[in-house]
Design a protein around this ligand. Structure first.
Ligand code: AMP
Length: 221
């Protein structure tokens, strides 16, 4: 199954994509993660993306669309993929349709996770990420057993540069202006399902699981 995850930064798209992957094996593709790896490796792509990411702005469409088009040609997505953080505006949504048209694929389900702004600001500014395995923690809501250390692999926890409050507010504004129209774009397709993302990760996953079951006619579960 091919899934698009929509929702503002901090809604839990990445966490839920990992859970879907663990159960069904459909590959999560996070454009934000691709940029962060490129940045950490100091590649030309990373250096180009850096200025946009640090400001909380979107990286130009031609760059992101090229990366996704290449990624969707890799063999590990042939049984299914979960796009997290793409498409982020209407141009990207239409570009994705074109890519899929050319490859004969389609999007089976669009999951839109909704969370109110103040909760998102709290979630993002307290978020800590493992440098080694990418696991997410939160200083208040999901603290690690030992401060600064990942429970899963012992890696160092850090705060993403764009998770400071000022950049978070810019990212949420960019989402509202550019990404919310993407929700309306998918709405008439009948494949869009909006889910309240304010519950615990388990509660949200239960709803997502039910949506997958419905979209697959019971075949996926
Ligand atoms: P994320 O991890 O999804 O919050 O993405 C972090 C940052 O990467 C965003 O604030 C953007 O600067 C950049 N980015 C990720 N995905 C996209 C995209 N589809 N289009 C443009 N920029 C993106």
């Amino acid at each position: 199954m091919n899934i698009v995850m929509l929702g503002p930064p901090g809604a839990g798209k990445g966490t839920q994509a990992e859970r879907i992957f663990a159960q069904f094996g459909w590959k999560p593709i996070s454009t934000g993660d691709i940029f962060r790896v490129a940045l950490a490796e100091g590649t030309p792509l990373g250096l180009e993306a850096k200025k946009y990411m640090e400001a909380g702005e979107l990286v130009p469409d031609d760059i992101v669309e090229g990366i996704v088009a290449d990624r969707l040609k890799k063999p590990d997505v042939k049984d299914g993929f979960i796009l997290d953080g793409f498409p982020r505006n209407l141009h990207q949504a239409k570009a994705l349709d074109k890519m899929l048209e050319e490859s004969g694929g389609k999007i089976d389900l669009v999951i839109n996770i909704t969370v109110d702004t103040e909760t998102l600001v709290k979630r993002l500014s307290g978020r800590r990420v493992c440098r080694k395995c990418g696991a997410n923690f939160h200083l208040l809501f999901n603290p690690p057993a030992v401060e600064g250390i990942c429970d899963h692999c012992g890696g160092e926890l850090y705060q993403r540069e764009d998770d400071n409050e000022e950049t978070v507010r810019t990212r949420l504004k960019v989402y509202e202006e550019l990404s919310e129209p993407v929700v309306s774009y998918y709405n008439p397709s009948g494949r869009l399902l909006s889910i309240d993302g304010t519950g615990t990760p388990d509660e949200v996953y239960m709803e997502i699981h039910a949506a997958i079951e419905l979209a697959s006619g019971g075949a996926a579960v």
